[in-house]
Write a protein that binds this ligand. Structure first.
Ligand SMILES: [Zn+2]
Length: 274
């Protein structure tokens, strides 16, 4: 049996959603806005924390993390040469990025095509990456790029927010007892850290400056990334952790032009690295 409604009721409910629906939409909107704000705040906090963590805490963390990589590396003429190359870049770092630091290369004889900057001032170079370089200049660009990651503290950004928070608390409380556990949790995060286009461009900028200061010209700056670009779909480790190389090459070429850098003669790879 149909219920008789007062005149005008049907027309009203057809045109306008009932107030309860509207309230639901407002609540949902508020919830989504709150969620977006929380996510934004958390990533801002993580970005800010990397500048709060003092070098001393970073080095504590390094003491726990470095042995994991050092166990895979082996003292070799190649590692010695890589360290000599790094020594030629370091004098060109600004004082605030070189004071109290002890940058060294750990060379890991493994086919992985990648390089990493890890807490404890170590740059990991895998043999797979070395095998892909053809001149000393392009290898120096890779080393300079990794020094750029230290300058921008990207080696800490690779850690999870939870780890960054724990580290900041340790620093605040002067309690380093838990750093060993934090380090163990961080190793896979560091090896698989994803860097944004912006982080890569900042590191490339540092690398390019160091390369040009070491040789007096910028030849070789784009070679390595150019070659990667041609292998883009081959599933190399460096491509999983780094954004497309095509854009990076374009960015570097623009920088070289803007700075008026010259392109001179490239130096062949030292014998120990061929
Ligand atoms: Zn990078």
């Amino acid at each position: 049996m149909p219920i008789e409604l007062p005149p005008g009721t049907a027309a009203y409910s057809n045109k306008t959603p009932p107030p309860s629906n509207r309230q639901l939409f407002i609540l949902l909107g508020l919830f989504l806005a709150g969620l977006a704000l929380a996510i934004g705040l958390a990533s801002w906090l993580a970005g800010a924390l990397v500048w709060v963590i003092p070098t001393s805490v970073e080095q504590q963390l390094g003491r726990a993390i470095v042995p994991f990589y050092a166990a895979q590396a082996e003292p070799s003429p190649a590692q010695d040469t890589l360290n000599q190359l790094l020594d030629r870049l370091e004098p060109h770092l600004p004082t605030k990025q070189s004071a109290g630091r002890d940058y060294q290369v750990l060379y890991i004889p493994d086919s992985t095509v990648n390089a990493l900057a890890i807490p404890g001032d170590r740059i990991i170079i895998y043999q797979g990456l070395l095998d892909k370089t053809e001149s000393e200049n392009e290898l120096m660009m890779v080393l300079g790029h990794e020094l750029g990651h230290f300058a921008n503290r990207d080696h800490l950004r690779g850690l999870s927010r939870q780890v960054l928070l724990q580290l900041s608390l340790s620093a605040l409380l002067g309690d380093f007892g838990s750093i060993g556990a934090i380090a163990t949790n961080s190793i896979s995060a560091l090896s698989n850290a994803q860097f944004s286009q912006r982080q890569e461009q900042l590191a490339d900028r540092v690398g390019l400056t160091l390369l040009t200061q070491a040789y007096g010209h910028a030849a070789g700056a784009t070679d390595f990334f150019n070659r990667l670009n041609q292998e883009e779909r081959s599933g190399l480790a460096i491509l999983a952790s780094h954004p497309p190389s095509k854009k990076r090459v374009r960015h570097l070429k623009r920088l070289i032009e803007q700075q008026g850098y010259q392109l001179g003669e490239k130096v062949p790879l030292p014998k120990t690295l061929r």
